[in-house]
Design a protein around this ligand. Structure first.
Ligand SMILES: Nc1ncnc2c1ncn2[C@@H]1O[C@H](COP(=O)(O)OP(=O)(O)OP(=O)(O)O)[C@@H](O)[C@H]1O
Ligand SMILES: [Mg+2]
Length: 338
């Protein structure tokens, strides 16, 4: 099962929404900055829906020239335009029985927006240059990292389509708002990369952890994953350093207020717990021994910091992925989407 890592309240809210929308047939709108996991979320919804055995067909509206987009999406008939020698199915038809992932939906031209709206309302459309009204059973999940409301105000995006698409809306929070998830993901990505490259790497240095914490992650999870992978490839030591990650450690402005003792205490405990769990791949006896606490104290702390669910992941870092996955990423599920 391809899946998503995270234990912060922000991402757990997303997991709950994924489970809810997966049980419906309605369109979904995913929003969030670049690299926050919109495509992964669309795949997760598809994989949990009754359509899971059907195709998952992505189309990136921003990556296809405007003139070709309508035909890519809805297909065309012979002679529809110069070069249209054969009739061709579009992605909407290719996704029949499954899910169409309409990425960067804000880039759809007006004419395609009208056609899409009609499809969402009536389930019908015509290929470009075609007369025949076609009907397919395709669920639409759309995504955008631009503000569609602003596009709507400037008449670049149809209001009716916006409301139709956005009945079910999931916002992927930026990584900087996900608390300790950056660390947790860094650990998981490190293990995956170490396994792939057959390297023995025990974890991150203290400075590296500090830098991972302080960085503001403008590229979100994609940036984190790339930095960790590159670090694992380049590293010649057993520990990944701040330099391996190419992080200065001075990104987020240092707050001038002091941590309360309690907050500092919790921060240090979380960090130690995550480090020890990674080091011992979730082996609780060893973690308890290293941290010199009883197993019951350890379980209580894990519960207190919402870390119980990460132990299973760390014990089984590599997870089989579906054969239909286009990427080689090995996502693992930390907090099970119910
Ligand atoms: N919660 C997560 N757990 C594990 N991996 C994740 C998670 N979120 C994102 N990723 C990984 O981060 C990378 C970027 O995710 P994805 O492509 O889904 O982002 P996106 O929001 O579609 O980005 P963009 O807006 O740039 O298209 C992918 O390799 C994905 O597998
Ligand atoms: Mg994407």
């Amino acid at each position: 099962m391809d899946d998503m890592v995270g234990a912060s309240p922000a991402i757990c809210g997303v997991f709950e929404k994924i489970a809810k929308v997966a049980a419906t047939e309605m369109p979904v709108l995913l929003t969030g900055e670049t690299g926050t996991g919109k495509e992964l979320t669309a795949q997760a919804i598809h994989a949990r829906s009754v359509r899971k055995l059907g195709p998952f067909v992505p189309i990136n509206c921003a990556a296809i020239p405007e003139t070709l987009l309508e035909s890519e999406l809805f297909g065309h008939e012979r002679g529809a335009f110069t070069g249209a020698i054969h009739p061709q199915k579009g992605k909407l038809e290719a996704a029949d029985g499954g899910t169409l992932f309409l990425d960067e939906v804000g880039d759809l031209l007006h004419s395609s927006q009208v056609k899409l709206l009609r499809f969402l309302q009536e389930g019908t459309f015509e290929r470009v240059g075609g007369q025949e009204t076609l009907h397919v059973d395709t669920r639409v999940i759309a995504a955008t990292n631009v503000d569609l409301k602003a596009a709507m105000d400037q008449n670049r995006f149809r209001e009716d389509l916006y409301y139709r698409l956005g009945v079910l809306h999931i916002h992927l929070p930026p990584l900087r708002d996900r608390g300790e998830d950056a660390l947790l993901m860094a650990m998981v990505f490190l293990q995956q990369a170490a396994t792939t490259t057959h390297k023995t790497i025990r974890g991150f240095s203290v400075q590296a952890i500090d830098a991972l914490r302080r960085h503001s992650w403008p590229g979100n999870v994609r940036e984190l994953k790339n930095r960790v992978r590159r670090a694992v490839v380049m590293s010649e030591e057993e520990e990944i350093t701040r330099q391996d990650l190419d992080l200065s450690g001075e990104d987020l402005p240092a707050t001038d207020s002091l941590d309360s003792l309690r907050a500092a205490h919790q921060r240090i405990e979380t960090e130690l717990l995550i480090r020890a769990l990674t080091l011992h791949r979730g082996n609780m006896s060893r973690v308890a021994r290293d941290l010199q606490v009883s197993r019951s104290t350890l379980y209580r702390k894990l519960k207190q910091y919402g870390l119980e669910t990460i132990t299973t992941t760390l014990m089984h870092p590599t997870v089989t992925t579906r054969s239909t996955r286009k990427q080689t990423d090995n996502q693992v599920l930390t907090k099970q989407v119910p």
